[in-house]
Design a protein around this ligand. Structure first.
Ligand code: SAM
Ligand code: SF4
Ligand code: SF4
Length: 339
């Protein structure tokens, strides 16, 4: 086992988020708006995305540098046909103790949830932005029915993938009215709703600062209904601020990426679907580890390269966002980078 690696701000490399595919069957207004991404021309051609063996080789290399948590994301990761055996491969890697999945749940049948659990998946996050069928259909851009996502959450719970995190992106003028109903729906369910501030990821969602609903406003809305108290983070670098209902109804999380950034404890590396190592959610470029592997790089070569890159990391986009009017608009899209 090799020693871990810290970046220029002394942040260790601990988590890896892998975008399995840049493709998605949804066209969420805040991520992949239909007007921009109506045709498939924006997506990776066949053969460009990393294969199962390449992903496993990379994860083995990164685990030697301290990565112990892996999150599979996308695009829609459940569109990846070999996700179950891939999870099985990753679960065998020494040092990897947590394999999570972020999905919209459209393809999370009961059988698939059980297969993923059996293969070694530890946790699942299902995103759902409204319980109102019309609004949910508008937000996801393809009219996908909300009851199918609620079924997916049940399927995951029944497969033993609970407690489940429920991701909700809140955008002003879009779904602020859903803050309280979503909390109500999942109180006492054992699942944790996590409200995410609408972010300026990518260059296509038309983000404006006025559309962000700050986490403290969400907290106020919830506290008016049900008193809440803060809960200590479960570990250093936890992204969500945690609050528990005073009446024992469980917890909620607030991800205040815009109003109160948490770059100082960011231990996350990302792999785009085409195998680029990205040091930040707002990165616009990254070294292609896929190309290195296709040119014959060994696991040790990958370890040496990633160690060198991580040591030089000084990314802290969200910390700088508010004062930086010259920020690049070249950034990769959220579905290319993953969640
Ligand atoms: N397709 C899957 C899903 O939506 O759950 C996984 C990929 S998606 C890019 C990962 C997470 O990013 C989701 O919870 C999604 O809601 C969130 N997300 C996408 N665009 C966002 C934005 N502009 N601001 C905040 N969160 C966003
Ligand atoms: Fe929506 Fe996720 Fe697809 Fe983006 S990747 S369009 S957030 S389902
Ligand atoms: Fe990490 Fe970049 Fe997000 Fe800051 S902006 S928390 S460095 S991913």
């Amino acid at each position: 086992m090799l020693a871990g690696v810290n970046d220029r701000f002394n942040r260790p490399l601990k988590d890896l988020r892998i975008s399995l595919t840049d493709r998605c069957n949804f066209r969420c207004v805040y991520c992949m708006p239909k007007a921009v991404f109506g045709t498939p021309t924006h997506f990776l051609p066949a053969g460009e995305a990393m294969g199962r063996e390449e992903i496993a080789k990379l994860v083995r290399a990164l685990s030697a540098l301290g990565v112990h948590k892996v999150r599979l994301t996308g695009g829609e990761p459940l569109l990846q046909h070999d996700i179950v055996p891939l999870v099985g491969d990753l679960a065998q890697i020494s040092g990897i103790d947590d394999i999570a999945l972020t999905t919209k749940g459209s393809a999370l049948s009961r059988a698939r949830a059980i297969s993923l659990k059996d293969a070694g998946l530890t946790r699942v996050t299902v995103s759902i932005d409204s319980l109102d069928p019309n609004r949910f259909g508008r937000i996801n851009g393809v009219g996908f029915p909300v009851n199918r996502v609620l079924e997916a959450i049940n399927n995951a719970a029944e497969a033993g993938l609970s407690p489940i995190k429920i991701n909700v992106v809140i955008k002003r003028g879009l779904n602020v009215v859903d803050v309280v109903p979503l909390a109500k729906r999942f109180r006492f369910s054992g699942h944790t709703v996590r409200y995410i501030e609408y972010m300026d990821v990518g260059a296509s969602n038309g983000w404006l600062p006025k559309d962000v609903v700050p986490a403290r406003e969400i907290l106020e809305m919830l506290s008016t209904e049900w008193p809440l108290h803060p809960v200590e983070p479960a570990y250093w670098g936890e992204v969500a601020s945690r609050y528990a209902y005073d009446d024992g109804g469980g917890e909620i999380g607030l991800i205040s990426s815009v109003s109160q950034p948490f770059c100082g404890t960011c231990t996350r590396a990302r792999l785009s679907a085409d195998g680029r190592l990205l040091l930040c959610l707002f990165a616009d470029e990254g070294v292609s580890l896929r190309d290195m592997m296709r040119r014959g790089a060994t696991e040790q070569d990958l370890i040496d390269t990633v160690r060198r890159i991580w040591k030089g990391r000084d990314d802290r986009y969200s910390d700088l966002r508010n004062g930086d009017s010259s920020r690049s608009t070249k950034r990769l899209e959220r579905f290319q980078i993953g969640g």
